[in-house]
Design a protein around this ligand. Structure first.
Ligand SMILES: Cc1cc2nc3c(=O)[nH]c(=O)nc-3n(C[C@H](O)[C@H](O)[C@H](O)COP(=O)(O)OP(=O)(O)OC[C@H]3O[C@@H](n4cnc5c(N)ncnc54)[C@H](O)[C@@H]3O)c2cc1C
Length: 273
């Protein structure tokens, strides 16, 4: 449980963070809240030679109304997303789901950007961001670029970010369709989801049903064709590839996806009035 030796650099500005990562190349990693990276380092599943600490970059911690979307700085902590009055009014799905991440200690350290950049399909917020059709803003040596959520999650712990790119902002469109729900099935209150479902209007995304968060295309297609929510939910596992692990078999995860999607669609319909 002791990490391999590494050196530690504190970045005072975004430009300095980018310069440090460029200087050290593949051996360097950004450190945000540390609540995913440090456990991996303790298990020696990650062994970066240099950590570039982003903690001083408080200018990347904000939640702002930007007309058509809400702009959220990548270093905004889960606690601040959970308790944002702006998000509670404009995108309550995201505020609510942030409150389901781990426990208060984790929510006070972990960041939205860290959760997305980590690319863990069992994390809550990547699926929520996918259901909301958010856009990620990455800054690197070549400048800034936007990446749609649908293109961002590329594989297990793999995203569209280049190693020398920093995720700086998440742009969350104000939902066009009302009604939302986040359902998470766990053994204990603070655990990662065995399966989770995020619904915003008729958009449905799944946690832990493949190597990335995925949209439940079968459900969305059935809803678009006029199916009742209950019948549409029967398609929740279509096209998914859930893993077998200590918590669940693939068949059990498929069952959970159908049940949780049914509950989520019913709750979303109730909220939409
Ligand atoms: C006990 C425990 C329980 C947890 N339970 C849950 C849970 O129920 N649900 C859930 O969703 N999550 C859970 N988490 C994970 C938690 O949400 C983490 O905070 C989050 O996944 C990572 O955010 P971080 O800021 O800590 O990132 P870090 O650990 O600092 O970084 C994670 C990865 O992202 C990279 N990175 C970080 N920020 C950026 C950036 N701005 N640009 C580019 N790359 C970046 C890092 O280099 C690293 O590779 C849990 C964690 C623990 C320890």
């Amino acid at each position: 449980m002791i990490p391999a030796p590494f050196s530690y650099q504190r970045a005072a500005t975004v430009d300095e963070a980018l310069a440090l990562v460029s200087e050290y190349g593949d051996e360097a990693k950004f450190l945000a809240g540390g609540h995913s990276l440090l456990p991996l380092m303790k298990l020696r599943l990650a062994q970066p030679e240099v950590l570039v600490d982003l903690a001083p970059l408080r200018e990347l911690s904000y939640i702002r109304d930007a007309a058509g979307h809400i702009a959220i700085g990548a270093l905004t902590r889960h606690h601040d997303v959970q308790h944002s009055a702006l998000l509670a009014q404009a995108v309550p799905l995201l505020a609510h789901a942030a409150g389901q991440v781990g426990d208060p200690q984790i929510r006070h350290r972990g960041t939205l950007g860290g959760s997305l950049a980590h690319g863990d399909p069992a994390s809550d917020l990547p699926a929520v961001i996918l259901a909301l059709d958010a856009v990620m803003v990455a800054r690197g040596p070549a400048g800034e670029r936007e990446i749609a959520a649908a293109d961002f999650f590329q594989g297990l712990f793999e995203t569209a970010l280049e190693p020398d790119e920093l995720l700086v902002e998440v742009r969350v469109p104000k939902p066009a369709e009302a009604g939302w729900s986040f359902q998470k099935f766990t053994k204990r209150a603070i655990d990662w989801a065995i399966v989770g479902v995020a619904v915003q209007g008729s958009a449905v995304a799944l946690v832990n049903m493949a190597s990335t968060p995925v949209r439940a295309a079968g459900v969305e297609g059935a809803l678009a064709a006029g199916a009742a929510p209950r019948d549409a939910a029967a398609h929740a596992a279509d096209g998914t590839s859930p893993v077998e692990d200590i918590n669940a078999t693939p068949a059990y995860r498929e069952h959970l996806a159908r049940i949780l999607t049914g509950r989520a669609l019913a709750e979303a319909a109730g909220r939409a009035g």
